[in-house]
Write a protein that binds this ligand. Structure first.
Ligand code: GLU
Ligand code: MG
Length: 610
């Protein structure tokens, strides 16, 4: 299994410039206007076949690619070709997203729609799917959930097998407890009774929390991911590390998931929910029982933040306990793989494979990477380090995975372009954001809290641009030694980090702007980029709302809302109708975007002042 990795690591390097591929996950919803209800439609598989038949299967240059996702009401879309490195490509990101939305929409009936919402507010509530299906919490099922029917899981056997095997490995159903938002009339303590419960639910549910018991509550959420192509393995390692520190910041900025199982929660992001939804660790591995049958204590779920930096300059900031498979580490180092990379791989391999297809067991590891990918693809971390597949000229890549998906193609493009530009300034100016990983983990916790963008304080490096330092292998070597200095970082607000604060921090957007001033960019592309950066800037300063905040206000101002944290069918319907109108530019939403849709549409008339 590890053999393949040695081959991949010693393969030739690719000299493509930093570019990317952008994944958007979608939900299919159906509006029942007569009864004022909205439901998730379980026809992702059928849609996928249809989209592929009309697209990539008949035209290798088709501009879109479609892939399955966990929910059978979900689908994932990427551009047909990865982006190149030129500035004008920033102008094509949104167009391609629009194409995807249009392509999928054209296959839907009038009352159905494809939505980019991170979490469906009434996911797991009675009758949330179309066709309606009732959960059957039986041992033979996949989830055994009291709320999330197996019919809502993608029909491909991979997904139900993952679900069942996570539950079996753990030795019980997954447990997700999200703090409820205590409104004026929310019962206190908030304790639910569950119909059909054999006792597992009531034992696992915490008071004052929204209890969920299935992988679907996590993996049934949508996100926005970007993969970057690096010039070399060392550049990939550098980007992996630098971007890891940015994950909590951008996640908080993209917050779009405040509601779970029909209730208003006290968190704004999906991250912890997905993490708990695929936590297959046994009690011993979680440290709840003394180690007897298991090999290790494991501190995090398979879906969580990264555990080690990979670049030389990251090494001294690796302050998390790293559980590794020692045999694999030995094998890799014996073959000449360096300590940090060997540790990274040996850490991924502490996880058991969750699914294996019989016909894919005996493989030629020198030419096929399935065994590696099987472990890699079920280690869902904030960043993913992607070695080149065997026998391909695809180089080293890193994937940035924390972002929540936004309602519109405009917003999604803005977040993506912001992160892509950030990679450009990181590499061009040799910026250094590294702080101890334990501090990044603390930031991850803060980032998910309600209103973290406004209220949260995040550890961030104070001096990120050390000019004139030696640069080796894409990372700066200004800080020698192994000690980290707590004076290097300070607690900052997202506004300070993104927009800067006189005498405190220069701000990521001002740095990006100065980079753009030195680049040749055509006027149209520049307008587009400035509009994107304006959105990020204003979300960070609080002038514009995050999707999470906006959704909270929508619910709280809804005439049917009883200040009891409950999202009724009618509230959900009205919210989704509004989201759908916004996404399809049938109405504008100044609280979210700051300007009217017409201004975006009229390309010759864009507002560009920053
Ligand atoms: N839907 C998951 C999320 O929201 C990601 C699944 C994937 O990696 O495709 O993070
Ligand atoms: Mg996906």
């Amino acid at each position: 299994m590890v053999h393949i990795l040695l081959i991949m690591i010693t393969q030739s390097q690719n000299d493509a410039s930093v570019a990317g591929s952008i994944k958007v996950e979608y939900m299919l919803v159906s509006f029942d206007h007569a009864n004022q209800k909205v439901r998730l439609v379980l026809k992702g598989e059928e849609m996928l076949d249809n989209l592929q038949d009309r697209g990539e299967k008949i035209n290798p240059n088709h501009p879109t690619l479609w892939r399955p996702e966990y929910g059978s009401y979900m689908i994932e879309g990427t551009p047909g070709q990865p982006y190149g490195g030129t500035m004008s490509e920033f102008n094509t990101v949104e167009d391609n997203m629009r194409k995807r939305r249009q392509e999928a929409s054209s296959l839907l009936t009038e009352n159905d729609s494809i939505c980019t919402i991170t979490s469906f507010p009434r996911l797991g509530c009675p009758g949330f799917t179309l066709p309606e299906s009732t959960p059957t919490p039986v041992e033979e099922g996949a989830s055994k959930s009291l709320f999330f029917p197996d019919q809502a899981i993608n029909k491909h056997p991979r997904f139900s097998t993952l679900t069942r095997n996570i539950r079996h490995r753990r030795g019980e159903k997954v447990v997700i407890n999200v703090p409820i938002f205590k409104d004026r009339k929310t019962p206190s303590p908030f304790i639910e009774r569950f119909h059909n419960d054999d006792g597992e639910g009531v034992r696992a549910a915490k008071p004052d929390h929204i209890y969920m018991d299935a992988m679907g509550f996590g993996m049934g959420n949508c996100c926005l991911q970007v993969t970057f192509q690096a010039c070399s393995i060392s550049e990939a390692r550098c980007l992996y590390d630098q971007l890891a520190t940015i994950c909590p910041i951008v996640m908080a900025l993209s917050a779009a998931a405040p509601f779970y199982r029909g209730y208003v929660s006290d968190i704004d992001c999906r991250w912890g929910v997905i993490s708990a939804s695929v936590d297959d660790r046994t009690k011993e591995e979680r440290g709840l029982k003394p180690l007897k049958n298991e090999k290790y204590r494991i501190s995090k779920s398979r879906y969580d933040s990264i555990d080690s930096y990979l670049s030389k300059c990251g090494e001294k900031y690796n302050d998390l306990d790293l559980t590794i498979d020692k045999e694999i580490y030995k094998q890799l180092t014996a073959e000449g793989i360096d300590h940090l990379l060997a540790e990274h791989i040996a850490h991924l391999f502490i996880r058991d494979p969750l699914t294996l297809f019989e016909e894919k067991i005996h493989l030629d590891d020198a030419n096929e990477s399935d065994h590696f990918e099987n472990i890699q693809s079920t280690n869902w971390q904030t960043m993913r380090f992607k070695p080149p597949p065997p026998n391909s000229d695809i180089g080293w890549r890193v994937e940035f995975r924390p972002m929540e998906v936004q309602l519109t193609d405009f917003e999604n493009s803005a977040y993506v372009v912001f992160v892509v530009l950030l990679t450009r300034v990181i590499l061009s100016y040799k910026l250094d954001f590294l702080i101890p990983l334990s501090k990044v983990d603390e930031n991850m916790k803060v980032a998910q809290k309600r209103d973290a963008v406004q209220q949260g304080m995040f550890y961030f490096k104070k001096d990120i641009c050390k000019v004139g330092i030696a640069v080796v292998d894409g990372c700066n070597t200004a800080h020698n030694g192994t000690e980290t200095d707590p004076e290097e970082y300070a607690l900052m607000s997202i506004d300070t980090i993104i927009n800067g604060k006189e005498g405190v921090f220069p701000g990521l957007i001002p740095i990006i702007n100065s980079y753009l001033e030195n680049m040749e960019v055509d006027v149209d592309t520049r307008c587009t980029i400035l509009n994107y950066l304006k959105l990020i800037k204003k979300r960070a300063s609080g002038e514009l709302m995050t999707v999470a905040r906006w959704m909270r206000e929508f619910v709280s101002n809804h005439p049917d809302y009883k200040q009891d944290s409950v999202i009724t069918d009618k509230i959900n319907y009205d919210l989704l109708v509004k989201c759908n109108q916004i996404a399809n530019e049938l109405t504008d939403c100044p609280e979210l975007h700051g300007f009217t849709v017409d201004k975006i549409k009229l390309s010759g008339n864009k507002t560009v002042s920053l």
